[in-house]
Design a protein around this ligand. Structure first.
Ligand code: CP
Ligand code: NVA
Length: 302
């Protein structure tokens, strides 16, 4: 199976990965052979700290081998096609974890039969949102459907994956973006088709939001974006996560996928303050990715 986005997992598979991640976090020793004898290629077109390290460490802890491939060396689409790269990787490895500029590149990498996992593209960041939801579950050990989650910023890859996860699990998520910076229309159509009864609300008026338990933000300018900093600051500054906002909303948790652009989308005071769970969120990348790999290779028999 491929995980190009959370649309590729059923709601019950998402729940299962989250439960398994919790179990792996408590009992890592029970999963030391999940990837025994398997090698996973990690093809990255963009920089990464958390995703690269958490996948490499996770694959190692599951008994497998990670092989990092810098796209500047492999030159997808230039030195050879993405399909040819995938077919060659399938001669020696059992999976591809890929961070790419365009979602279509991931589709091209599915030309071989080995699983492809999205490690971030322009539209989705599924492993991030699994970690986000695990973190929210740990912060609120209740039925998550009562928790009010607010995402502030651009309707980007991180936002869209969070929206799919929230829709799948029936969570209350409000997404507030500047006008013209909301989620992609094709994405919205897919979300509404797959989860017609979801509780994800999209808008632009932050003043209309009266309360949020969780406030989540991400960079205003994603990797590969070409918008000017001047235009970005003008549009996004009213949507900054700062102390006055979290107090007004009576928020109890602040999340950020990181890397943070301090004092742009979030102030130092909030990011380093008592509501911030960003390092727990980063740590949880390890467990959800191990769970996803265990499910794909052990339970689904890839
Ligand atoms: N959150 C995240 O994916 O971080 P990196 O870009 O450092 O991998
Ligand atoms: N939206 C950000 C996420 C980084 C983890 C980006 O794509 O750059």
């Amino acid at each position: 199976m491929n995980v190009l986005s959370l649309f590729d997992l059923s709601a019950s598979q998402i729940k299962h990965v989250l439960e398994l991640a919790g179990a792996i976090k408590v009992h890592p020793a029970g999963y030391q052979s999940s990837l025994k004898g398997r090698s996973i290629a990690m093809l990255f077109e963009k920089p990464s700290l958390r995703t690269r390290v958490s996948f490499e460490v996770g694959i190692h802890q599951l008994g497998g081998q990670a092989i990092y491939l810098d796209a500047q060396m492999v030159e997808p689409g230039q030195r050879e096609t993405e399909e040819d790269i995938a077919r060659n990787l399938a001669c020696w490895t059992q999976g591809i974890v890929a961070r790419v500029f365009k979602h279509d590149t991931l589709k091209q990498l599915t030309a071989s039969k080995i699983p492809v996992i999205n490690a971030l593209c322009d539209q989705h960041h599924p492993c991030q949102s699994l970690a986000d939801i695990l973190t929210i579950q740990e912060r609120y050990p209740v039925d998550l459907r009562v928790v009010d989650i607010l995402y502030l910023g651009e309707g980007n890859n991180v936002c869209q994956s969070l929206m799919v996860g929230a829709a799948a699990l029936d969570l209350k998520l409000t997404v507030i973006t500047p006008p013209q910076f909301g989620p992609n229309q094709d994405f919205m159509a897919q979300l509404n088709a797959q989860y017609p009864h979801h509780k994800v609300v999209v808008g632009t008026d932050l003043n209309a939001v009266e309360h949020a338990d969780v406030v989540y933000t991400d960079t205003w300018l994603s990797m590969g974006d070409t918008r000017s900093e001047q235009e970005t600051l003008a549009a996004f500054s009213p949507y900054q996560v700062n102390q006055a906002l979290v107090e007004r909303l009576q928020a109890t948790t602040v999340l950020h996928c990181l890397p943070a652009h301090r004092n742009h989308e979030v102030t130092d005071e909030v990011l380093d303050g008592p509501l911030s769970s960003v390092l727990q969120q980063a740590e949880n990348r390890l467990y959800v990715q191990k769970a996803l790999l265990h499910m794909i290779y052990q339970e689904l028999g890839a």
